[in-house]
Design a protein around this ligand. Structure first.
Ligand SMILES: [Zn+2]
Length: 378
């Protein structure tokens, strides 16, 4: 048998067709294939009348509405939804919402298309096979800017019973289309905007300080951070600016493309126990430690981008009052009890700096700005 030789240093692939700009939302009418559609969204959009508008376009007879998506999709809820729509002969899935809605749609696109396969509960609780040869095309309409889920091949599933978070990473999970319409993000609150931006910055920075970085992921990440640096303060003050909202959407998508190549790293690894145990929203949970990690990376000089640009990003992060945001969820003393759960090799191992429990503890202390007062408490 001939040994397979890896004859390349890196590759880049992303099959999602993206349509962007004010009004891009309406493009779904042209893109949706023949047959019955499953419209996945959250209850808020139905209350605000958007579901009705979608049904008017797609035809109520040809559309099933699933508007019960809650934040952090739970695997039992997803198995229930799969059972509910299993016999509905769904030909396409239209997803309108934030990361949880897009992840739900992406997961249903494979669980509904492969009906004889194991349930998510069997896959994650019993370690069953998770091959999904078939998929239903997904049209993603993000209404937040942050997750980049519209262009990634992963989805996050939470197990509320087992208090665990699982990641699905499978090329079948790529949406077929992503429609980036900044007008869909105009009503985001200050916090939704800020936490989304933090998730974008986390993705961009995590793909930069990543052992798997490529020239393409690097370019995408830097461009993403440039957009955030240019638009975030303005959009927080002037939430109705379509141009600034568009920049935040591009930033989110570019960072999504970047992590799709590299996967995430230390900040995401540290974030998951914060969400599982203290309900810290994802963007804040991973954005909270970025400034401290960036200071470490800048001090070590391990990134070619180190220097004025990343110091500007560090200043931007320091100006956002994240300690106050975090104090609403947990204190350093509380968080220090779950430090041991913050190192997950699949993510933290991507970080270009070798790090152990002590390293994570100092990043956390620095993030809580309690370098002197917390000493000896953990
Ligand atoms: Zn994230």
């Amino acid at each position: 048998m001939v040994d397979r030789v890896r004859a390349y240093r890196w590759f880049h692939h992303n099959p999602v067709q993206v349509y962007a700009g004010a009004g891009a939302f309406r493009q779904f009418c042209q893109l949706v294939p023949e047959g019955r559609s499953l419209f996945v969204t959250s209850g808020g959009f139905t209350t605000r009348g958007l579901t009705e508008k979608i049904l008017a376009q797609l035809g109520a007879d040809d559309t099933i509405v699933h508007d019960r998506v809650r934040p952090n999709p739970d695997l039992d809820d997803l198995d229930d939804a799969t059972a509910e729509y299993r016999d509905a002969k769904i030909a396409s899935i239209l997803a309108l919402g934030g990361g949880s809605v897009l992840d739900t749609a992406k997961i249903l696109s494979v669980t509904l298309a492969n009906r004889t396969r194991s349930s998510l509960a069997e896959i994650f609780r019993q370690g069953r096979n998770r091959k999904w040869p078939e998929k239903i095309p997904v049209i993603a309409l993000p209404t937040t800017a942050g997750t980049g889920a519209e262009v990634t091949s992963f989805a996050t599933v939470w197990d509320r019973i087992g208090k665990q978070k699982f990641s699905l990473d499978n090329s079948q999970l790529f949406p077929r289309y992503a429609l980036l319409d900044p007008c869909l993000t105009l009503t985001l609150s200050y916090r939704e905007t800020l936490y989304g931006a933090l998730d974008t910055m986390s993705h961009a920075l995590e793909s930069l300080w990543n052992r798997k970085r490529t020239p393409v992921s690097q370019a995408l990440a830097v461009q993403s951070l440039r957009h955030v640096n240019d638009a975030l303060r303005d959009v927080l003050e002037e939430p109705g600016s379509v141009n600034k909202r568009a920049q935040m959407q591009y930033a989110s998508m570019l960072a999504g493309l970047a992590i799709n190549q590299t996967r995430t790293a230390i900040a995401h690894s540290m974030s998951y126990p914060l969400t599982t145990y203290f309900d810290v929203p994802h963007g804040l949970a991973c954005g909270f430690s970025l400034s401290s990690i960036l200071r470490l990376v800048n001090a070590l000089g391990v990134l070619p981008e180190s220097g004025p640009f990343l110091r500007t990003i560090e200043e931007l992060l320091d100006s956002l009052g994240l300690e106050d945001e975090m104090s609403g969820y947990a204190s350093y003393e509380e968080v220090s009890g779950v430090i041991d759960r913050m190192y997950t090799p699949a993510r933290a191992g991507n970080f270009i700096v070798d790090i152990d429990r002590n390293g994570i503890e100092s990043i956390l202390k620095e993030s809580f700005r309690c370098r002197s007062s917390c000493r000896g408490t953990a």
